[in-house]
Design a binder for this molecule. Sequence first.
Ligand code: HDE
Length: 663
Amino acid sequence: MGKNRKDEQLEQFRVDDRNKKMTTNQGVKVSEDEFSLKAGLRGPTLMEDFHFREKMTHFDHERIPERVVHARGFAAHGEFELYESMEQYTKAGFLCDTSMKTPVFVRFSTVVGSKGSAETVRDVRGFATKFYTQEGNYDLVGNNMPVFFIQDAIKFPDLVHAIKPEPHNEMPQASSAHDTFWDFVANNQESAHMIMWLMSDRGIPRSFRMMEGFGVHTFRFVNAKGIAHFVKFHWKPVLGAHSLVWDEAQKISGKDPDFHRRDLYDSIESEDFPEYELGVQILAEADEFTFDFDVLDATKIWPEEDVPVKIIGKMTLNRNVDNVFAETEQVAFHTGHVVPGIDFTNDPLLQGRLFSYTDTQLIRLGGPNFHEIPINQPVCPFHNNQRDGYNRMTINKGPVSYHNNFLASNTPATSSPEEGGFEHYQEKVEGRIVRNRSDSFKDHFSQATLFWNSMSNVEKEHIAEAFCFEIGKVKNKSVKQQSVDMFANVNLELAKVIADSVGANPPTSSGSAITKASPALSQENMVKKPSTRKVAVIANRNGDVNQLGKVVQEFKDSGLKVEIVSDKLGNIGTLPIAQTFITTDPVLYDAIYVASMSDDKKFKKECNRYVMEAFNHYKAIGATLNAVSILEAKKGNPGVVNSGEVPAFVDAVTAHRHWNREI
Ligand code: HDE
């Protein structure tokens, strides 16, 4: 793979310490690195041991503050290619020139948990993309859900305080299932729509590769003639959006807290590059007021059936980072990083973000020069009169650092819009200075009901169970009741189920009259592929080698990922056993196939555990004919393939989950 411009730029900063002599940071060769300098063999350590002092001081300062939200994240490099020019709508170069490949860096994250928390918790996922364009960096700092909890940025600190671990005992970690969060929800009812998304399967994605991404806010496209359109951004994963089931997600948190990053890292290493198509919903300014919601309200979607998503390009993630701290931890995203042709709207949530992101980098990355950190540098030239500050790297030459000037012929010079200078869209604004919100922001429930109406029965069941779990964890009776009463406005039946489960009184509301649905919102309607679904092939070390080889090959030819699991490590013929029953777990696979059994009691017990767990999580299970006895109890259930036939099993894996089972 050739290097793109960003990769070339990063190359200047890469250092390989292998096969080199150890030195201090001053370049002095080190003669000894195991013993500190002492006065006498058993005497005190000496102050003059500069090597010890430097090594220890650097270590003492290794940590920086974790992100206040989205602390746990994982990132990769890639490229964006445009299918069709968007010139009609925007002058942004990377959205006009289809011959251009734009380097990107994408960081996925959970929101609530600390940097070391588990990855498969119920949470929103961050989906932040930095496009290194020829006209500067453009950051699309999105989430995997298209709406947000609040409508005005001033409430963000309250939301985050409520959802983070409670301050008196710092519990629970990475979870919204506690009193302060539901107290916030019930007393800030604009959160209703987002809560429906959070309680849905979208809150527990199967993989970062199988998540949609959304810019959430309404942005503006501006073309070369200065004409603007409203735009919403979507990322659509080529593999479709898919989820875990809750019991599985909780178990994975213990079995492999790195589940999502491992999946992303391994896919890229094995060249199964994650791909996402970029879609835009475009709306003429004249149509701003044609909806029953306000287009500036970030708690609302534009249903795809009303405003179609136009697919305009594809992003491929094709390179893992070299160093997680240098790149993933130090990358600084900001909604305010825009390029000519992309502009903001008056969405009050977006407006507040425009302040917050630079501000947070100042403390997190230690000063105003974070744009000089290699991962944050644009790939186009950048010049201005900003100087000094902590950790300044650039050596700006000459006496002039002000504008206007004569001494440097008034350079660095500004550019007219025709020359590529950023020109803010000249929106006409008028009004009184008020602390309030428009009445058009006050319907909090219609789209929450729209979301509910759009779900399949199984998805609805999952949502109800998630509510019962979360509100069931709330200790305060009144908060429980308030939450139940609030969601009766979304759907009465749902609220009754929750009330019954959590010991609250049945709601008295009459429910919602909204009947509209948006089929595009259901993950049941998304593309399902066998590609990269991970199968554990259970095999006895003394089993039929040829048959195993054949099955494994056929699975791989169908696009499945295979790991051979047995009771001990080693080889079966030439095939390596990747895991033992105890080094891995059924929750870490999409399907289980028993290629050969053993008479060993322990083997049978473990094999049975794998099959049962997969069965309970609605996954495909199969067995070759000589191992079929293991499936006896479950035969006849959907997705249980006891014929040994590989194509039938692959079909069962392709269906992802078989909900219609007797569990
Ligand atoms: Fe963020 N958000 N956010 N946010 N956000 C941060 O910036 C903030 C919001 C999102 O991988 C912080 O660098 C405010 C919506 C992502 O590095 C901080 C508000 C959406 C990431 C911040 C929001 C997001 C962040 C913390 C309400 C989806 C991780 C560390 C007005 C569209 C980026 C940092 C990464 C991170 C503030 C709401 C997405 C504090 C004030 C809505 C993906 O600046």
